[in-house]
Design a protein around this ligand. Sequence first.
Ligand SMILES: C[S@@+](CC[C@H](N)C(=O)[O-])C[C@H]1O[C@@H](n2cnc3c(N)ncnc32)[C@H](O)[C@@H]1O
Length: 256
Amino acid sequence: MTDDALAFYEQLANDYHLIYSDWEQSIQRHAAALDRVIRFHLPGDGLTVLDCAAGIGTQAIGLAQRGYRVHATDLSPAAIARAAQEAARRGVALTTGVADFRTLAGQVPGVFDVVLACDNALPHLLDDADLLRAAENMRAKLRPGGLLLLSIRDYDELRREQLRVTPPTVIDAPEGRRIVFQVWDWAPDGRTYTLELFIVRRAGDGWQTGSYRARYRALERAELGAILTRAGLTDIRWYMPQDVGFHQPIVTARPA
Ligand SMILES: C[S@@+](CC[C@H](N)C(=O)[O-])C[C@H]1O[C@@H](n2cnc3c(N)ncnc32)[C@H](O)[C@@H]1O
């Protein structure tokens, strides 16, 4: 399933920002919400952060702009290369690398105040064994007293409603109109689904369609909590979007 995630993000790297109505605004909004959660647990400035599912840098860049010292890694070389370019273009200090979050301990030196993986990266892992490896590797990159911070979709709700299609977002940008939506095909047991993301762009008098496919696990909060506990993490707390202004539930945990 990692090959599947890798292909998805390699193909999407150049266009990933197009899923947002305004990527720049999202960078700022995400950083503001994450900063609130981090400061609640770890007051102080200049904290070190390992964003181990950084993608093109949505959270990494915004946090670095706020004074965090961020090392950004991702499975996708194309996505992390773009994160480095985007940071450089903005004059933001960001170090980057390619790493699988299931093998971070052997791939990334040092320990960090905060390890994060935001915007539904973990549910690319379909089985408990892989999730446990990822959680253990993330814990291994935390200093004693550090903070793990993850965000996933609200699968407690989405699994119940068996979401089929997301409402289309119609975005009128200077370069033209685009429409973004996803179609979800659920496995018969309702535990995993194949997502197809469509980015439909105005091209002259017609439309050009990009589509990208990946499989996800509809990971419920209790399931993830149990994995984090097994990985030696404790003080597990959930923050819902209405509490902290992030678009997904966030979970934090500390090394036991
Ligand atoms: C939905 S994207 C979010 C990226 C970034 N956090 C953002 O919001 O822009 C999920 C990211 O997780 C990464 N990912 C998926 N599986 C991974 C793995 N096993 N190890 C490291 N990164 C992984 C993908 O390459 C992708 O960049």
